[in-house]
Design a protein around this ligand. Sequence first.
Ligand SMILES: [Zn+2]
Length: 75
Amino acid sequence: MQADRSEELTEEEIGIIMDVIATDGYYKQAMIVKVVCPVCFEEFLGTKRHAGGFISGHRAYHEFDDNSNILKEEA
Ligand SMILES: [Zn+2]
């Protein structure tokens, strides 16, 4: 079984370009980036592809969370 390379990234690898074998495919010449959610400050380290998923996932989650807060306040 091939290990997911993204599970062993460290901060020292930010900005470097590498080939990444992930569960969803093989990323050639992928740059490792670090992104921080502006809402909850959770950090993510990985390829841009996965960082995009992290960002949109958090955006969707926090929008949902905001909406559920509004619903609670109105109830
Ligand atoms: Zn977040």
